[in-house]
Ligand binder design. Structure first.
Ligand code: ATP
Ligand code: MG
Length: 265
């Protein structure tokens, strides 16, 4: 029987699971983030776009505390993760899956060992339980039976899917995707888009996707943020971004440069 849906809960907006408050990040003289405030709601997929070097990966690294802000606050639920001591971060990091920009598989481990790695590190599951976990995750990304292959034997698209299987090995609540479709041809990129959607729908995960790929952004996102010179200059739906009249946004969305940039070329 289908569970009853409660109209009450569907009226209440999902709560914010991650919140960045006036986050500034400087590397020496380089100002990468210049006061970013944003809340990300549970169960939603937020896409962050912006030109190369604008600080998209830096934002993801703040969310999982691989970087700390020069100034400002990073909250995960009701905790200030930018202030937590390293020892208290492990249980929080276990709730996050991070798909790195370059798949970052361990070359000296098989596909199965790559996916098993975080499970071994962070849980006390038995060998046979882990084997089952690995099988299930590979099935979810459509790569059943590839446990014994080596990363060098995989195509770029397959590597991304293995990296995704590893990112979801511990059933994360939040998945951070750093350019999941870059370098893939359109059909293979679309396989990744479908997986992002499937994980959100079937597992209810909260996703943050960094991408340059506007087709992917339009397909997977509930909300799009555009980062430009250290600040968010757009925050809206994928439909709204197509109608934006801000030249900086149009330039990115349409893939041509605007006057100010042209003058500096
Ligand atoms: N650990 C670091 N130390 C010094 N500078 C850094 C560090 N990490 C990032 N940067 C700098 O911060 C800026 C933003 O980097 P980031 O990797 O976030 O860009 P990006 O928007 O993800 O770009 P791309 O689309 O090319 O991946 C770059 O100028 C980069 O050189
Ligand atoms: Mg990046």
């Amino acid at each position: 029987m289908q569970p009853e849906t409660t109209t009450e809960s569907s009226k209440t907006p999902p709560k914010e699971i991650i919140r960045l408050v006036d986050v500034h990040k400087h590397f020496g003289d380089l100002v990468v983030l210049d006061g970013i405030t944003v809340g990300l709601r549970a169960g939603q997929t937020t896409v962050i776009i912006g030109e190369s070097g604008s600080g998209k990966s830096v934002i993801l690294k703040h969310i999982i505390r691989l970087l700390r802000p020069t100034r400002g606050e990073v909250h995960y639920q009701d905790q200030r993760i930018d202030l937590l001591p390293e020892a208290e971060l492990a249980p929080i990091r276990a709730r996050f899956g991070f798909l790195f920009q370059l798949s970052a598989l361990f070359d000296s481990m098989t596909v199965g060992q790559n996916i098993a790695f975080p499970i071994h590190e962070l849980t006390r599951r038995s060998h046979s339980e882990i084997e089952e976990d690995v099988k299930r995750k590979l099935a979810l990304v459509g790569l059943d039976g590839t446990q014994n292959m080596w990363p060098a034997e995989l195509s770029g698209g397959q590597m991304k899917r293995v990296a995704l299987a590893r990112a979801i090995a511990l059933d994360p609540e939040i998945i951070l995707y750093d350019e999941p479709t870059t370098g893939l041809d359109p059909p293979r990129a679309d396989v990744i888009n479908e997986l992002i959607i499937k994980l959100q729908r079937e597992l209810g995960v909260t996703s943050v996707v960094v991408t340059h790929d506007m087709a992917s952004a339009g397909k997977v996102s509930d909300r799009v943020l555009m980062l430009y010179r250290g600040k968010f200059i757009f925050d809206g739906t994928p439909e709204e971004i197509l109608r934006s009249e801000d030249q900086r946004v149009r330039c990115f969305v349409e893939g041509h440069c605007y006057e100010e940039d042209r003058r500096t070329l």
